[in-house]
Unconditional design. Structure first.
Length: 239
């Protein structure tokens, strides 16, 4: 049986683990970014208000790191899955990198924003941005400075595209979580939401079991560059 006949709708959630093998740091493992930085200082609106220079320095370094990174085999496999899938497909990522897009993914939503974009808190303008950002940078739309910030969702802020995401979760036949810790909400609650809807097969693909691993019907552990391409191949083989 082909996956198109067995399943018509798939939602995939990705987290930092899918990009780790591309050289981008994860957040919550023993060597993660949050062990090296105080998240209240670099990932909250209050931290930005207190010390915008520190916040800009943190994201400037991450932006430069991203520009040097390349998509890996896991990103490529999901892009190929999207290309071949005949039914409804939505890739939701917690990541602010653009490696999914660079691998070819198009039906994609960044629920935590995008590192290679900036936003003006005065006029709301959002634009692509690959350079360093500082207090002297002026908004291309309104011309003001000091109110530009990375277009990322900080702790205490509302994730993006949630209405569309919840709709897809309610109607999907397959939900796959890849490279996530299961600690950050609302994404950590997606598998429970899918289970309450009562129709989807749930799959966790991760390096290690997440905090919510017991909620998944199918669980596979190992490097993303190995287990994600294998899962996509099995899906189309009808395994």
């Amino acid at each position: 049986m082909t996956p198109e006949r067995a399943f018509r709708s798939i939602v995939i959630l990705t987290g930092a683990g899918i990009s780790a093998e591309s050289g981008l740091g994860t957040f919550r493992d023993k060597d993660g970014l949050w062990t090296k930085y105080d998240l209240s200082e670099v990932a909250t609106p209050e931290g930005f208000a207190r010390n915008p220079v520190l916040v800009h320095d943190f994201y400037n370094a991450r932006r430069r790191n991203l520009l040097e990174a390349q998509p890996n085999a896991a990103h490529a496999a999901l892009a190929e899955l999207e290309r071949l899938w005949d039914g409804d497909f939505l890739l939701v990522t917690q990541n602010v990198d653009n490696l999914h897009e660079r691998a070819g993914s198009r039906r994609l939503r960044h629920m935590h924003g995008e590192l290679l974009k900036i936003r003006c808190d005065d006029c709301g303008y959002v634009t692509e941005w690959e350079h360093d950002l500082d207090l002297a940078t002026t908004c291309p739309a309104c011309g003001r400075s000091a109110r530009l910030r990375p277009h990322v969702v900080w702790f205490g802020e509302m994730p993006l595209h949630m209405e569309e995401i919840h709709g897809a979760l309610q109607s999907c036949d397959v939900f796959v979580s890849i490279g996530t810790s299961g600690q950050v909400y609302p994404a950590a609650g997606f598998v429970a939401e899918v289970r309450r809807a009562g129709r989807a097969h749930t799959v966790e693909l991760n390096l290690d079991p997440s905090d919510g691993h017991s909620l998944f019907a199918e669980r596979v552990y190992g490097p993303a560059t190995e287990i994600v391409p294998d899962f996509v191949a099995r899906l189309f083989a009808g395994a």
